[in-house]
Write a new protein. Structure first.
Lengths: 328, 313
């Protein structure tokens, strides 16, 4: 059995850009794989690949760097891409399929963390937690000249509209139910195993929700899914929470709606052009901003790392992968 | 009804104030340049006192109001009211239980998420432009962490129910073990703190529960433990809390209450593992209105000789 074994009998794994905590991959895998570190080479990427990576059968993605035709064409022996992320929009899946390249990802390992952040952002916006923390830490509470902080709004009884009822959406639903919220959703297809009301149009869902929580992936169909029409349907008291991908929302429209008071608030972990965030949002107290960290806890990073390494090991041992992306 | 004197101790709610003004002869203690003078002047017409978590009818005030019949608190906690004295003198006391349970429990979970996932700090990080220079660091997972609750009353149970949806195992301490619950009981707060990662204070403030979270408890909770206080400031030994946090013996804290509100120890302002809120547990538009209506309803019932809505004494 040979799976690209060249470097001192250890199978090679290409890494174009290092994933978070890459040193931990290195220390855990020093006896398992040889990592071909493209970013450390002075050569431009395509030259590096044609010189060193012709026989590489597996690559470890960093979760962001695009894996598309222009990269894949330099890797004729590639059979496996492992991404430590749950998100797949950085990978051209149909191009991989065409080339016979299997993709493994983090599955639902991060779903609880992402759901936790969605709920946290919602409570923060509704109860003004970040606003109040700023207020106290600036010494305004004790100050005789300061204004009192405005009251928040009750969470119980609010209607939550979930966009995408996959693993993350389901965890979000379970959590909000415990707070006495009602759940409805929009998804590519209705899911009969769930009793939550289904809306086939996002516009209808927005009309009937106090908050929209985006839990779906980014694709051609979901790009700018949340447009001006949907935002206006959500309304002046409505809140949008995004833990999916920035481009699912028409960001320019959302900013305008927030500035003009056409929607009630937003909790955002992702943006169209990270790490750039529209500066109009910085002046708003009804917006809570998070730097794309929904899945980034120590615990989940460790789980993602273990899963990625496990997938690579399984591949080189000719065993079934642990979390292969299934064609849908 | 307009001849009935009602003494409101501090500003707490505009709607409540306006309604009291309409229905009674309202005396606003905070507007008086000399409070003892003011009280003496109007003592003969004051038959009711309206206080809240921040100010209540203590022994001194009760003695100064010979015609006092009822104390109606715009809060569920009544630690600022001398209940024994009220009982002694036949003065009725009402509070606002149940209506604020959910809001307080929601805030407790909000504080847990804010501390563990650094919501406020990362919001600051983005607003300051630092994200353009580098990623924010990793935070700590909330789901699945063991939550220990001091006091399994209405609020404690509501916190437990919410935390369970995050797969958090629940344990608790209370004066006596509760037979109708599946949560794990610990007979002391130190044991509870040793066996959980997030400790929530959700019991009433009494002489027994003063400083129930002391140095020993904080050390038991440890450098990875987080304290959430949605009870009363005096539940926690505040100077000890500050040194535990500053020295890293305690992993983090989410506080809504303090020993001397609105004063908050400034040493806490710069700590990224601490979230500070200005006593907003019941602070939603909806709940404050319901609380106000309960105060008004209790006063009305009393002066019409009807049964009180939510009597404590």
């Amino acid at each position: 059995m040979t799976h690209g074994i060249i470097h001192g009998h250890l199978p090679q794994v290409l890494v174009v850009r290092p994933p978070e905590s890459f040193s931990l991959y290195q220390s855990q895998c020093s006896h398992k794989f040889h990592f071909l570190k493209a970013w450390e080479s002075p050569l431009p990427l395509d030259q590096f690949l044609s010189t060193h990576a012709r026989n590489v059968q597996a690559m470890l993605s960093c979760g962001i760097f695009p894996i598309k035709a222009d990269l894949l064409c330099h890797l004729p022996s590639l059979r496996l891409v492992v991404t430590p992320s749950s998100g797949l929009n950085h990978i051209d899946l149909s191009e991989c399929r065409r080339r016979g390249v299997t993709v493994a990802y983090a599955g639902s390992v991060a779903s609880c963390d992402v759901a936790d952040l969605a709920v946290g952002l919602r409570i923060d916006v509704l109860r003004k937690i970040s606003v109040a923390d700023r207020y106290v830490k600036q010494g305004l509470w004790a100050s005789k000249t300061s204004y009192p902080i405005p009251l928040g709004s009750k969470l119980k009884g609010k209607r939550i509209g979930i966009i995408g009822l996959g693993s993350i959406g389901q965890e979000v639903a379970t959590r909000f139910e415990a707070f006495g919220c009602s759940i409805s959703y929009n998804s590519r297809k209705q899911k009969p195993s769930f009793s939550y009301p289904f809306y086939s149009s996002v516009f209808e869902l927005a009309t009937n929700s106090d908050a929209l929580v985006i839990c779906c992936g980014l694709s051609d169909q979901t790009h700018h899914l949340i447009n001006k029409e949907v935002l206006l349907a959500l309304g002046k008291e409505g809140v949008i929470i995004n833990v999916g991908r920035g481009a699912i929302i028409d960001e320019k429209e959302m900013v305008q709606c927030l500035v003009q008071g056409d929607i009630g608030g937003a909790g955002l972990d992702v943006f169209e052009n990270e790490p750039n965030v529209p500066k109009e949002l910085f002046a708003l107290d009804n917006v809570v901003l998070s730097p794309h960290r929904a899945a980034f806890t120590h615990e989940t990073l460790a789980s993602m790392r273990e899963l990625a390494i496990g997938n690579l090991e399984a591949f080189f041992l000719n065993k079934p992968l642990l979390s292969q992306v299934m064609n849908n | 009804m307009e001849s009935i004197g009602v003494l409101m101790l501090i500003p707490m709610n505009t709607y409540l104030e306006q309604e009291l003004q309409k229905r009674y002869n309202l005396f606003k203690l905070w507007t008086a340049p000399q409070k003892p003078q003011f009280i003496k002047e109007h003592a003969n017409s004051i038959r009711a006192v309206v206080g809240n978590a921040g100010a209540g009818a203590d022994a001194e005030l009760i003695e100064a109001l010979p015609r006092l019949e009822i104390v109606s608190s715009f809060s569920v906690g009544v630690d600022k009211i001398d209940l024994a004295k009220c009982r002694e003198k036949g003065i009725r006391v009402t509070n606002t239980p149940d209506v604020l349970t959910e809001d307080v429990a929601d805030l407790a979970i909000g504080l847990m998420l804010a501390v563990l996932r650094r919501l406020c700090e990362s919001d600051r990080y983005v607003r300051s432009g630092k994200w353009k220079k580098g990623d924010y660091k990793l935070t700590t997972k909330f789901s699945g962490k063991t939550v220990g609750i001091i006091g399994l009353g209405r609020i404690g149970m509501a916190v437990a129910k919410r935390a369970e949806a995050f797969n958090c195992p629940i344990c608790y301490y209370s004066r006596t073990e509760k037979s109708d619950t599946k949560y794990k009981y610990y007979p002391s707060v130190v044991e509870l703190a040793s066996n959980c990662q997030i400790l929530v204070v959700a019991c009433p403030l009494t002489e027994e529960t003063q400083h129930i979270v002391n140095r020993e408890v904080m050390n038991a909770l440890g450098p990875k433990g987080v304290l959430i206080n949605i009870g009363r400031g005096p539940h926690v030994d505040e100077p000890e809390l500050v040194s535990a946090l500053v020295e890293g013996r305690l992993g983090g804290a989410g506080l809504d209450v303090y020993e001397h509100e609105p004063e908050v120890p400034e040493e806490l302002f710069g700590l990224e593992n601490v979230v500070l809120l200005p006593h907003v547990g019941s602070g939603t538009v909806e709940t404050r209105k319901v609380m106000a209506d309960l105060v008004l309803g209790n006063l009305e019932a009393h002066f019409l000789n009807k049964p009180l809505l939510t009597p404590l004494v």
